[in-house]
Design a protein around this ligand. Sequence first.
Ligand code: NAD
Length: 478
Amino acid sequence: MLTIPQEEIQGIIERVRLRLSGSAAVPMAAAVPPAEPGDGIYPTIERAVGAAWAAFVSYRTMGLKQRHRIIDAVRCEMRERAGALAQMAHEETGLGRTEDKKLKNMLVTAKTPGPEDLEPQVWSGDRGLTLTEYAPFGVIGAITPTTNPTATIINNTIAAVSAGNAVVFNAHPKAKAVSVQNIRWINRAIVEAGGPPDLVTAVPEPTIESAQRLMRHPRVRLLLVTGGPGVVEEARKTPKRSILAGPGNPPVVVDETADIALAGHEIVRGASFDNNLICTDEKEVFVVAKVADRLLQAMAASGAYVLAEHELKRLERTIFTDLGEGERPGHVDPRWIGQNAGAILAEIGVRADGDIRLAVADVPVEHSLVWTEQMMPVLPVVRVPDVDAAITLAIRAERGCGHTASIYSSDVNAITRMAREIDVSIFVANAANLAGLGDGGEGYSSFSIASPTGEGLTRPRSFSRVRRMTVAGGLRIV
Ligand code: NAD
């Protein structure tokens, strides 16, 4: 007889219920399936931290080989679940695009570094031997966003557990059901690989209050906070060490030496990815005026719709509740965050042909779209006299977040100047910002990019204490 696991039945019921309830863009509060022993889900933060601590105590006796086995098992499980988690995340949050969420899950599953990141260092000389190794902190408290709920949980788990830690997650309340499911599947894989139960835990009903309790729990030695300015400020109030992955507003510069067809294609690919939800997605463009028309044509050829002036006015009234003023960011209507460009255009009466992935607005520099982290597939393009003006404005639009920026240029001096002056964690030249996350570019991936605290793309080393042993005058072989 075929037996279907309880959580899968629950997932099916949930998906059917969401479908019957109408548009996924207006999600209903998702039901969280009841907890089962050892699956990492506990009713209170105190119990979730207690269980994670017990798991950590057992995990630290297990050795590196077992750690590798556990991480391999998590990767294997997450590869299999990438599509299901993407669909559940989309249905529960009503944000983004399922196929892009699957890609994000696959990217972090494959490219988050594992225990091999913890290479020891040795100094050997006349006065003996010194060794440094990367040790775990213990229990890490992790706060995750609604925009990448599962990619963040997968990425944070692989990195923190590779470093020998246990993790307690406080997910975004609007992504609680998919986060619980994600954590259950991770725990199951860990236990099947011979690891302890509850190495990764969470509460089924996360709230701002539960996040604050987690941040202040005495057993939590390190915080990993991924979210907007509010939660970053909240974490700063605690005396604990925190790794803060905060907001961005990534500018793009395009100069007259750029490959304009490539720039148009890559900017549309990046800015439309998951409907512009990712903190690294392109949020505004500064283009040298003499190539601006060509850039807009190239963007249109790659799936963008360029708004006419009267359409832009209607769009402003739809997506902004407060337009801001000058460089003061506006407030967007949360109903339009992460929605498809086609739905936003339809709302303002534009019927565009084909699969439109991005709406593009030709705007003056003072427009609110430039200064607001809008997180929807609507991209402002500003014409500027030259590349120097473009870089200066890009630095201002980035607003000191120190997060992500990019340039399309074949002028080495312009690329170097912008890279130096804008001082961001991720700088990309001649590709979508996704390349800086390891998708289409070299290097590992992370979905917690810690700009305010300086770790950049977090990795197992970020969640490690560096410890040294010195043996004076001995332990050498020469
Ligand atoms: P959000 O700030 O609304 O929520 C993030 C998390 O913080 C949630 O779990 C939420 O419950 C919690 N939270 C919010 N306010 C809190 C408070 N005062 N006290 C305790 N917890 C609190 O962000 P979001 O809408 O889920 O995500 C989008 C934001 O996150 C954007 O600004 C984006 O740039 C940023 N982000 C940054 C990164 C990065 O790697 N730097 C990655 C993803 C998202």
